[in-house]
Design a protein. Structure first.
Length: 80
């Protein structure tokens, strides 16, 4: 039997770790921690917290979907 195919979003989370901000409609996600897969719950305020973390440079990558991004203005300003 072949292992299940990972979703692109889960693969990004597993590869880049805690620098990925996820703004989606998902209420659960599969996390890879210490070599084991764990089902993680996402609260209703997760999208706001992830957006704030991205805008505060705490997370460098933002992945969002139409379901998660409705009503948010997401932008970053880089000044050198």
């Amino acid at each position: 039997m072949l292992p299940p195919v990972n979703s692109l979003l889960d693969s990004l989370n597993w590869h880049f770790g805690t620098i990925v901000a996820e703004v989606t409609g998902r209420s659960k996600r599969v996390m890879l921690k210490d070599g084991r897969y764990q089902l993680s719950q996402r609260s209703s305020s997760s999208n706001v917290a992830e957006t704030n973390a991205f805008q505060a440079d705490e997370k460098r990558i933002l992945v969002f979907s139409q379901a998660g991004g409705t009503g948010y203005l997401i932008q970053k300003l880089y000044i050198k």
